[in-house]
Design a protein around this ligand. Structure first.
Ligand code: FAD
Length: 297
């Protein structure tokens, strides 16, 4: 394990925002023994452990992340357990899995094709789109808990709700997820649905600059975060090289060289404007990792 552990690895290019400082210690494991050994070493050394997936929902501090960063992007593989039931390792790409299942004629993930993360991140975030979410198909997860013990946890015990789960409050590593899909569909029809979802996304969401998708969760009720931010005139506003997208006010673009501090400062400005105009305190969907990202602002 020691030869795979790297000090001071820059994390910026591992995130969709392309911002953030280095990991004090970085490991991209592919084998269970290496992961177990690294977590044991971190425990004995009293180092905090942070897990990242595809980095598509992260704002990593400019100072980086202390302790051990486990990057599960290469933790891949999908196993068919029975007709319609699969076990997917945490680093598997959501989009790739979606196509793989559609080609088999197993329905249930078509909506997820445009969510650019990993299965582990999708479970932690309970990622969703087009009225569907991961909790619709999730049966259980296998996790490594703080003591290094492996545990299977049923979806019903994960507190899955809109873009949230209890996993966001635990220091657990999600190793894999069991998903229940609906076999017996016409693959061509499922691919057609996927194409429709992709086309919708291309029409409605900004592209061309690094971004993390929606910055804020929708607060519930009729008013969506993007709508309020738009009505409050935030489109196009910027701090440093971070700019609220013209196409969608709930997206922040890194126009080139933005820092985490730029993005955070812009987010605080957006939040405060919405509080002033609508009396609603938006909550971030993007996850803050590392020191110095003070949301209290
Ligand atoms: C262009 C764009 C569009 C997007 N559209 C959507 C959308 O439509 N719907 C939606 O819900 N999201 C969307 N997102 C956000 C993002 O893709 C999802 O939240 C995704 O599920 C995050 O997965 P990830 O692997 O990138 O996780 P990361 O960003 O790497 O991590 C997210 C959180 O999960 C934790 N984590 C990740 N993997 C593990 C693991 N194996 N074990 C324990 N903790 C882990 C991290 O510590 C972090 O707290 C979008 C992002 C982008 C860039």
């Amino acid at each position: 394990m020691k030869d795979q552990l790297q000090p001071g690895v820059s994390l910026a290019l591992l995130t969709a925002y392309q911002v953030g400082g280095p990991a004090e210690w970085y490991l991209q494991p592919t084998k269970a023994e290496v992961l177990d050994e690294a977590l044991g070493w971190a425990r004995r050394s009293e180092l905090p452990v942070t897990v990242i997936g595809a980095g598509t929902n992260l704002l990593i501090s400019d100072a980086g992340i202390g302790g051990l960063v486990i990057h599960l992007r290469s933790w891949r593989g999908t196993q068919i357990l029975e007709e319609g039931l699969i076990e997917v390792k945490a680093g598997e790409s959501i989009a790739a899995l979606t196509f793989q299942m559609a080609r088999r004629g197993w329905a249930g993930l078509e909506w997820a094709v445009g969510v650019p993360g990993s299965i582990g991140g999708a479970v932690v975030m309970n990622a969703g789109a087009h009225g569907a979410q991961f909790s619709d198909t999730l049966e259980s997860v296998e996790v490594l808990i703080e003591t290094g013990e492996r545990r299977r946890v049923a979806a019903g015990e994960l507190g899955l709700a809109y873009r949230s789960s209890l996993l966001q409050q635990r220091d657990w590593v999600v190793l894999s997820a069991r998903l229940r899909l609906a076999p017996g569909h016409e693959p061509a029809r499922l691919i057609e649905h996927i194409d429709e979802f992709n086309a919708f996304r291309h029409r409605t969401q900004p592209s061309g600059f690094p971004n993390c998708g929606s910055v804020f969760r929708n607060p519930g009720g009729e008013k969506k975060a993007g709508w309020m931010l738009d009505r409050s005139g935030l489109k196009g506003q910027s701090v440093g090289a971070a700019q609220v997208a013209e196409q969608h006010a709930n997206f922040i673009l890194n126009r080139g060289g933005a820092t985490a501090r730029d993005i955070l400062t812009l987010m605080i400005r957006m939040r405060d404007r919405v509080v002033a105009d609508w009396g609603i305190a938006l909550k971030p969907e993007v996850r803050f990792l590392g020191q110095g990202l003070n949301w209290a602002g």
